[in-house]
Design a protein around this ligand. Structure first.
Ligand code: PBG
Length: 302
């Protein structure tokens, strides 16, 4: 089984874990990891991603390799799958792996006295790329300067240690998967759609791989992700839209979502519940409600 993924340290660590788990669950299976450089990996400068046409930049080359038969399966962070365009026709969802932590954290320099964002002096620079994070944090910490920081998780940590920033905001799961222990604060902000979920994709119509992929599937995560991605599709969210969405499953599926202005001064929130079997409809309903209340204008302005 040739499993394609990005060559970043995080993607490779994720792929090694998933490959091991897959081999354990499928007798006789051997998984070979195939690193595939995407345009997103080649262009790590600020603004480059937008020029490349959004988040699809991290998946396009891998989609192509899958469709062309160079790999049999692909591993992606659900968060990196574009929300405004459907997945290509030749690509099918094989498995949603069980969700880990969906939360965001602020990471501080080792040895620094600051251990929370509230500890930082006024004017301190905090590196965070996602507009969703900036919008929510600027309102709570108006004394701090939130500035874009791009690059892989390891690159961002290096920029923190070099002194470019007093703190950086990252996905908690990134550090967990890399096995990196750092001084950090958990942030109580609404997560990104798909945060902390890995998806395994296969070629549409490839029964053999689909059957093996099923062994890795976690049905509750699949429902939660379906609701979140339906929300994103209705809102036509891409990499640079300040949208948050997080579904929980406690008997029923509950989806909470928010759309922000770039500075976070304006916020629209919505939340609804539905049976897990109606995940897509739930996502569409929450998205529809936000659009009715003016989310389209907020997203357009952002
Ligand atoms: N923006 C890139 C990205 N895409 C997915 C993750 C984290 C892993 C995940 O959520 O599965 C990250 C790093 C981050 O946001 O700090």
């Amino acid at each position: 089984m040739r499993l394609g993924t990005r060559p970043s340290a995080l993607a490779m660590a994720q792929a090694r874990t998933v490959a091991g788990e897959w081999e354990r669950r499928c007798e006789g299976l051997r998984v070979e990891i195939v690193p595939i450089t995407t345009s997103g990996d080649r262009h790590q400068g600020i603004g480059d991603l937008l020029a490349l046409g959004g988040k699809g930049a991290f998946v396009k080359e891998i989609d192509r390799a899958l469709i062309d038969g160079e790999i049999d399966a692909a591993l992606h962070c659900a968060k990196d799958l574009p929300g405004d365009v459907p997945r290509p026709e030749g690509v099918a969802l094989g498995a949603c792996l069980e969700r880990e932590d969906a939360g965001d954290i602020a990471v501080f320099r080792d040895g620094d006295v600051a251990r929370t964002l509230a500890d930082l002096p006024a004017g301190a620079r905090v590196g965070t790329s996602a507009v969703r994070r900036c919008a929510q944090l600027m309102q709570r910490y108006p004394q701090l300067r939130f500035e874009p920081v791009r690059g892989n998780v390891d690159t961002r940590l290096a920029k923190l240690d070099k002194g470019d920033y007093a703190a950086i905001v990252l996905a908690r799961v990134g550090l967990l998967r890399l096995g990196v222990e750092r001084v950090h604060e958990r942030l109580d902000i609404l997560p990104a759609v798909g945060a902390g979920v890995l998806v395994l994709e296969c070629r549409a119509g490839d029964r053999a791989v689909a059957e093996q992929a099923e062994r890795l599937d976690h049905a509750p995560t699949r429902s939660r992700l379906a609701a979140e991605r339906a929300l994103l599709a209705v809102l036509r969210g891409s990499c640079d839209t300040p949208i948050a969405g997080h579904a929980r499953l406690r008997g029923e599926l509950e989806l909470r979502a928010a759309v922000f202005s770039r500075d976070g001064a304006r916020v629209l929130t919505a939340s609804r519940t539905a049976p897990a079997a109606e995940a897509e409809r739930l996502g569409a309903a929450v998205g529809g409600e936000l659009l009715d209340r003016g989310a389209g204008e907020l997203i357009h302005q952002a």
